[in-house]
Design a protein. Sequence first.
Length: 320
Amino acid sequence: MIARLLFSLLCLGLLPAAHAATQPAMAEVSVPMKAIKVGTHSYFVQGLPGAASSANQGFMSNAGFVVTSDGVVVFDALASPPLAQKLVQVIRKITSQPIKRVIVSHYHADHYYGLQVFKALGAEIWAHRAGEGTTRSKDAAERFAQRKEALFPWVDETTRLLEADRYLAGDEDFEMGGVHFNLRYVGPAHSREDMVMMVKEDNVLYSGDLVFLGRIPFVGDADSRAWIASLDKLIEMKPRVLVPGHGGLTKSPKTDLVFTRDYLQFLRSQLGKSARNLIPFEKAYQSIDWSKYRKLPAFNEANRANAYNQYLRLEMETGL
Ligand SMILES: [Zn+2]
């Protein structure tokens, strides 16, 4: 605790540092990170399982990058500046092309806290405009305080919560070095500003947190109807490979997308019926046949909370 306080004071410039460096050295992460190639131009790094903690040093989300002959496009910036710094090293092993653009899938801490590293390298940050101002919200301040505790020294007072340089009004296509990118707005689903990125030539889709593979997703009180529509949009894009925001990739995106969509539909149809018939939640939950989902990872952690939050949402939707 004392060490931490001293470190903070040092960073704030309140204590004289030895040879008073203007910029405190950034803490480093020791967690392993390697590039996984998923297409001719497309790569990603895969975070470790579990919530952000000192054990995984915050490396629990994925980030993608696409190498073109005219620069690199990065998809998401990981959960801290040191992790982003490590990602830059990983990219540098593959190419010396400048990192020109960072696309933020959505403004959750584990996907954007590393932005300042890319910004310092001259990259332009793009996000959907529904995320504008998120970094200045009360939620963001609370999350930042929590992360400074949980992920110190990798997240600290020198971590900056950066807004995008450019907010997109909707879908956008662009080309860089002969590679074509389709950015698609698919919110509000996991967040208001969800954006996915398709790399045309590689047929690789970076989906952010819209898709959770091989496990029960955390749905919470998300707008499940809109989420279902977004998943339908992804299914229509017919990707060859899908890289989610957490966990491993899938080479059978359709099956996985359909699975998540069907789970959301199952929640809605089962709980909607109960809400309309004024069956109390507990009774409704007990009477639903969950056998199709019970054996999947995160069922115990997520299913009941998903069901409860969706029950409340459906009550609201049916005007009860
Ligand atoms: Zn998220």
